[in-house]
Design a protein around this ligand. Sequence first.
Ligand SMILES: Nc1ncnc2c1ncn2[C@@H]1O[C@H](COP(=O)(O)OP(=O)(O)O)[C@@H](O)[C@H]1O
Ligand SMILES: [Mg+2]
Length: 193
Amino acid sequence: MAQSTSTSQIFGHWEAVTAVPTTTMSLDAAQLSAHWRRNSLSSDYWAAYAALHIPETVPAGWLRRDDVSYVLSYLLNELFENCAKFSAGPELAVHFQAWLLDERMVFQLTNHIKPQGERPFITLIEELLNGDPDELYFQKLEANAEQDLGGSGLGYLTLIKDYGIQFGFRFQRASGESTAVTVQAHVNLREPS
Ligand SMILES: Nc1ncnc2c1ncn2[C@@H]1O[C@H](COP(=O)(O)OP(=O)(O)O)[C@@H](O)[C@H]1O
Ligand SMILES: [Mg+2]
């Protein structure tokens, strides 16, 4: 299932984008966590910024600028909040990259976890990528109602199920104490037919 090299493991819809990113930003997970509103501020900023890539009027079948802005606010907020909530270990840098292309946009967020955190996260990713999103959604809703496990596990699922976002994940061992996790999100600018 996973493609792997000696240094990285890749899951899902992953594309090695070689173009120079349209935008990049570096943040600190501890600060995102301490000042929670920075997550939504950063998401809303980059959503509005990226949405200007869409012409004021678009042909039928393409997402309108307002829709793109809305979807990106939601998507990026989820991804920034995940970096704030789940970063662990000695390395707390968060990197944001975006590629605004003709028919799609690609966003990447990198944060770091402890190497022992890889396994459980990969198990969850495989479940997300291989399962039926609707079924998994209801399973997780029920599980959450029964006990609060800290994370809901509903973030990616909602984005896959309701927003048609495709995700790729890359794990790169940075040191004995730190693994870089990169989440790649693909947003199609044409409505699914
Ligand atoms: N950027 C990340 N770094 C480390 N772990 C993550 C990251 N994103 C998600 N996870 C793990 O995947 C789980 C599911 O994430 P998500 O679908 O966003 O739901 P939630 O944030 O509500 O838990 C999280 O509970 C966490 O264990
Ligand atoms: Mg989340």
